[in-house]
Design a protein around this ligand. Sequence first.
Ligand SMILES: [Zn+2]
Length: 134
Amino acid sequence: MLNDIFNNIAKCRYCDRSFCFDVTENKSSRRGLASSISATCKYCGSSHGSMTSNSVPAGYEVNLRFVYGMRCIGIGKSAAQTFCALMNLPPPPAKFERLYTPIFNALETASSRSMMNSKIWVKADVEKEERAPF
Ligand SMILES: [Zn+2]
């Protein structure tokens, strides 16, 4: 599918040819749901690769979001493995449970910020009410 997209919209920047790319996944570089893909020009051999997800301090964003999503609907690693198999996705991150801590930390930070913002808004509303009660 990616082969078709690349070949229909892109030209090789080195040899200026069209319909020249072989798009492949390097399965040994998979990290959970993040894959490594590369496009190689059949004519000049130039190649460019990239992971399919942004890297974040805890790993790859797609894995963090996947684990968070699974946890939000009450699903753990075993059910996530079944889900990925049935959806024909790569297996979920092997270190599924290790992503709980960074997710918890991010949620804690977000909830603290939200509470601080609420506190500021309530304080501003109270002060406004005190200045002009009606
Ligand atoms: Zn080329």
